[in-house]
Design a protein around this ligand. Sequence first.
Ligand code: NAP
Length: 458
Amino acid sequence: MVIESFNPATDQVLQQFPAHTAPQIDAALAKAATAQKHWSQLPVAQRLPHLSQVAATLRANAADYAKLITLEVGKPITESLAEVEKCTWNFDFYAKTAGSMLSDEIVASSASDSRIVYDPLGLVLAVMPWNYPFWQVMRAAAPVLAGGNGLVLKHASNVPQCALALQDVFAKAGLPAGLFTTLLTDSKSVAGLIADVRIHAVTFTGSTPVGRSIASQAGQALKKQVLELGGSDPFIVLADADINAAAATAAKARFHNTGQSCISAKRFIVEEKVAQDFVDAVCEHASKMKLSDPMDASTQIGTMARRSLRNELHAQVNASLAQGAKLCLGGKPIDGAGAFYQPTIFDHVSLQMTVAKEETFGPVAAIIRVKSPEDAVAVANATEFGLGAALWTQDLDRARRLTRQIEAGAVFVNGMVASDPRLPFGGIKQSGYGRELGALGLREFTNIKTVWTGPVKS
Ligand code: NAP
């Protein structure tokens, strides 16, 4: 089997890699398990300088890594650079803070001493998507390694160069060989990897249907799992919001990464009184965004990552048109090389329409008009997903009340949903379970052990 690196902006094959054979995978897992055992025995204080080395390596090679990201997924080069910088931030963050996050917690009980300690779990299998080919992996890797674990990566098949470059980051940074291992293999080998006794836990980021399948396989093997799945984030604009600021952020939140982000705002739920002003402003912002060669530093919208994904998106657009959604902008693939798609905005979307019901993974915005803040929250919650949400209003007391009613793993008031190493990240409902980032994300892949000590005879 061959794994192909392909440039979605030019339709050119960049490189082909033979997939790892079963004996190669077996040998890689054995090496990873040995590396993790040694690593887990290092005191936390000795592990953390290695994380700083990873950050330094990313920083030193940021331009090369950004180029690889753009070549394989077609995102604007400025966004690829920002992605590598965010990985650097994550490793620096855990290098500084994981020591205190992992320190023992004394809890009073009937014991002479009772405490919670955070031990490593072992080898974590990471099955990852292509949309942020560095960030998704490094978001998981920094806390997993800080916790004394090793990581085995099965990356998306369309980003093999990024997958190999990631392994190389750890080699260049001087981490023990095998502690971070990239396997070049397809999705058919995931079930076997999950079942392998050398794998102790699974972190999956990707679509909801695949998440369900991985959850059942990990459940069958009784292995800890964190699932970061799809989303259809609401972006609520109430009548008292700063409409210009909301519209500018809305365009960024929807068209960033060519709309291919789990936490992109996808459903814009706007109070009727301000809806027309909002629609006009978002259309204006979106129509000014430069769609072009993703390698050009002035490009703001690149290509979608694959033609098949563009076809799926266009089918959702056509279905919504047929259902009566009003097209305000775009709505078509762009002819010629690459998987480019026009930034697209629908107004007068109702809950039954495809763009409201399904996750749209590309540059398509759905605007839903509502009568009141209560209706806005009801519409926001009328989805199987529960990843992020944004709420725009000047009334912060009302915002605090409404944020508690919104069914999501994160609510951002007057801002754009984004992950941040300092704060936990994850979803509810069909967007998954478990958390990444922050102290809670770090502890997901630890053995949270109770140590109870009775009195000693003197
Ligand atoms: P995907 O099709 O679910 O693929 C993700 C990973 O799973 C890839 O490595 C893929 O490998 C593998 N895979 C596919 N089918 C599999 C199967 N039957 N068994 C085991 N592994 C399998 O998702 P995607 O299209 O790459 O990514 C887009 C989705 O990810 C969207 O729904 C998006 O919202 C979600 N996402 C969520 C987050 C979050 O943090 N919540 C972040 C980013 C993306 P192959 O490439 O070899 O098929």
